[in-house]
Design a protein around this ligand. Structure first.
Ligand code: NAP
Length: 565
């Protein structure tokens, strides 16, 4: 027995991350009879909904959609208290799911994956965790999300600050007493805008240091849309259908106040204004689809952008401040922020706005922030600087294939994947909602479920047919990468400075997610699958002799295991 205990623990599938994707994935693989575990580096489950505890944090997609669909009972028994759930409610939901499906014992907390090495002769990854434990697995599934690893704050002098520095993406768990404090906030993306709306209510003074003004349209939080809830509760397959038929952002036309959109030019100026005003009043992500061509036609986009600028000027009393808040880039080419009461914050006496493109931050001092135009005395600095999108988490782990390469080594001109699920040269290595899939443009609950189901089906197919590994063919991956690029050419967004755009050294750009809609994505993926995983290379399972020792070990240390082939 001691000999056995010294051997690495064996799994069929190791899932990295216990956020909303990892929780479902480990559940799905266990349901399929696979020996599976999720490794989570934090000391709690929840992923981004564990880390991003900043005041004002809530989802910006309707919670009726931002839920799991895999269990009708779960869907029916959990009632969201608001149209957009807060971070704490979302974390309660995820904990509820973990307990309801008895997953806690299959999730190892405070266990970062440090390294993964593919061994082709065994068709396994050898893993090392941060605490020095060794594991082997046939399949490695990254459920680390695309917006997880915080962007490093490259602000000179930050370490000198004697006050408190808080990051939205790693907000402390303990309640922070910010009442009456002088707070400086840097970063005006979704996180910074949401934090502003909450911090303005409690701060003695809040100074927002803005590099780029972004569009923030009303979310119109309120009661849950009961009709939509009932639509899904009556049959959660409806959610999956909505997802699979959706275009951008995982929303379909149903529930839209406006009906199916036509190109902007097909409406009179009065009709255009009425449509925009109606959607402004309803709130939510459908502000992206007021006109059919607003993401691709600059004139149509201008109509929408100018409408929002007029609203900002109406909402913000000081005309100079209103102009500072008016975005100048095409609307929707950066993440369209959903927030209630953001612009109104700038009518408050305790909120000021600093344009750091005109008055750049020179350094943080021990008592505040020094810009080119003056010094701001602060008690607290809040950083809302965003994430190392798409590759941040993957690159934190020393994942190596048989040639010693890491999955992103060939990504100098943007991610190269097949369907965003796999990358060539890395057998049995999967990324849920990865670059090259609809990814951050789709509903991440349903998309994670869709991808985890695909991986589970794939493993079952390999096992049933005597295969031990799968990886993309280089030609198929090249073709998919070209398709991802081609479908994005029409997007105004490609020219923006969004984290979804990869900028090459020669000035060309690649859009990172698949932007052609979930519908066309699902069609392509399912066609490949139906044709016996067309575009992938499937390798026969290594001989039983090579596996037999470890299989016995696996059965000994881990109880029943699905040993496959
Ligand atoms: P973000 O959208 O990337 O915004 C980062 C902000 O920090 C930007 O305003 C950026 O300025 C600024 N910034 C970065 N480096 C800076 C520097 N050195 N000096 C000054 N300013 C700097 O990040 P985020 O707000 O965390 O949002 C990221 C994504 O997370 C969102 O797009 C969304 O997908 C997701 N998210 C969702 C929710 C939700 O569901 N409600 C909430 C939060 C976040 P520039 O604009 O000039 O680059």
């Amino acid at each position: 027995m001691p000999k056995i205990n010294n051997r690495p623990e064996f799994f069929d599938v190791v899932v990295v991350g216990a956020g909303l994707g990892g929780i479902y994935a480990v559940h799905k693989f266990l349901q399929e009879g696979l020996k599976a575990v999720a490794l989570e580096k934090a000391d709690q489950i929840g992923g981004v909904w564990n880390y991003n505890r900043y005041p004002g944090a809530r989802v910006d997609v309707d919670s009726t959609d931002y839920s799991y669909s895999f269990s009708p009972e779960l869907y029916r028994e959990w009632r969201w208290s608001e149209r957009y759930a807060t971070q704490s409610e979302l974390l309660r939901y995820l904990n509820h799911v973990v307990d309801r499906f008895d997953l806690r014992r299959h999730i190892r907390l405070s266990t970062p994956l440090a390294a993964a090495q593919w061994h082709p002769e065994e068709q396994r990854y050898h893993l090392e965790t941060g605490d020095g434990a060794s594991l082997t697995t046939r399949f490695l599934v990254m459920a680390t999300g695309n917006l997880s690893a915080p962007r490093d704050p490259a602000i000179p002098g930050l370490a000198d600050f004697k006050g408190q520095v808080l990051r939205t993406s790693r907000w402390p768990r303990e309640p922070q007493d910010l009442a009456g404090k002088r707070i400086g906030l840097i970063g005006t993306g979704s996180s910074g805008v949401q934090a502003t709306t909450a911090l303005a209510q409690v701060a003695g003074h809040l100074t927002v240091f803005q590099r780029t003004p972004h569009y923030a349209v009303p979310a119109r939080n309120g009661p849950v849309d009961e009709e939509r809830y009932q639509f899904y509760a009556s049959d959660t397959n409806n959610m999956r259908e909505v997802f699979k038929n959706s275009k951008l952002f995982g929303v379909d036309g149903s529930g839209s106040a406006l009906g199916t959109p036509q190109p902007a030019a097909s409406y009179s100026p009065e009709e255009q204004e009425a449509r925009l005003a109606r959607q402004w009043d309803v709130g939510g992500q459908r502000f992206h689809v007021v006109f059919a061509d607003q993401t691709s036609n600059k004139e149509a986009n201008d109509v929408v952008a100018e409408f929002v600028r007029r609203r900002i000027r109406r909402l913000v009393k000081d005309p100079e401040r209103a102009e500072m808040l008016c975005p100048r880039y095409p609307i929707g080419t950066r993440r369209l922020i959903q927030a209630d009461g953001y612009y109104e914050c700038f009518n408050r006496d305790n909120v000021s706005l600093v344009d750091i493109t005109r008055s750049p931050i020179e350094r943080v001092t021990d008592t505040g922030i020094q810009t080119a135009d003056g010094h701001y005395e602060l008690d607290v600095i809040v950083l809302a600087l965003g994430f190392k999108a798409f590759t941040g988490e993957i690159n934190q782990i020393a994942i190596r294939n048989a040639d010693g390469k890491s999955p992103t080594d060939d990504w100098s001109r943007g991610p190269r994947t097949l369907f965003g699920l796999m990358t060539a040269g890395f057998p049995n290595f999967f990324t849920l909602t990865g670059a090259g899939s609809p990814s951050v443009l789709a509903n991440l609950f349903t998309e994670n479920e869709y991808h985890a189901d695909w991986v589970a089906d794939c493993i079952n197919y390999l096992d049933a047919n005597g295969y031990g590994s799968i990886e993309p063919e280089v030609a198929a991956q090249d073709a998919w990468t070209d398709r991802v690029a081609a479908v994005a050419q029409r997007l105004l967004r490609l020219q923006g400075n969004d984290y979804m755009v990869h900028r090459n050294e020669d000035g060309t750009r690649n859009f990172i997610p698949w932007s052609g809609g979930v519908d066309t994505y699902a069609e392509a993926l399912e066609k490949s699958t139906a044709n016996g995983y067309e575009g992938f290379t499937l390798n026969p399972a290594a001989s039983l002799d090579a596996h037999s020792n470890e299989k016995i070990v696996a059965l000994s240390v881990g109880g029943a295991s699905h040993v496959g082939s």
